[in-house]
Design a protein around this ligand. Structure first.
Ligand code: HEM
Length: 118
């Protein structure tokens, strides 16, 4: 079961890479406002949700410990906000700089929560 948790955690990190990486590819356009939500961001956000939910199931049912419900709940709420923003804007040619900045800030906030909340 621990191998399954490790595999899911690797995919969870791949999801972060895709979400944040997609955001970073657009940053050069921030000055001109020519930024858009790229598929790597929607796919990354969905990967975070699916692997995160699977991690909760594996850790709670297969391993002899609980997850930190407050931490996971906070990450979940923030990720749902990210998903609303990326999904709702995925077909637009341009996204407002404030919406785009919010996606990046929420993503970095979730990384900080994952690492610093002990
Ligand atoms: C952008 C959003 C997210 C980021 C950046 C993120 C990041 C991380 C990182 C870096 C870890 C490894 C460190 C740790 O064990 O805490 C982790 C673990 C984990 N994440 Fe996430 N996560 C996100 C969203 C989610 C969501 C939405 C869920 C639940 C639905 C979730 C569930 C979990 C679980 C269960 C673990 C393993 C915790 C444990 O072994 O006790 N994550 N996440």
């Amino acid at each position: 079961m621990d191998v399954l948790r490790q595999i899911l955690l690797v995919l969870h990190i791949v999801g972060i890479g895709s979400l944040l990486g997609g955001f970073l590819t657009q940053m050069s356009g921030l000055r001109t406002g020519a930024v858009r939500v790229v598929p790597a961001m929607t796919h990354g956000a969905l990967t975070m949700l699916v692997t995160g939910a699977a991690l909760v199931a594996v850790v709670q049912s297969g391993l002899d410990r609980d997850v930190d419900n407050a931490k996971i709940g906070t990450k979940m709420v923030i990720l749902l906000a990210i998903l609303l923003l990326v999904w709702g804007n995925r077909t637009r040619d341009r996204v407002s700089v404030s919406v785009f900045g919010a996606i990046g800030a929420l993503t970095v906030a979730n990384i900080a929560i994952a690492v610093m909340w002990t």
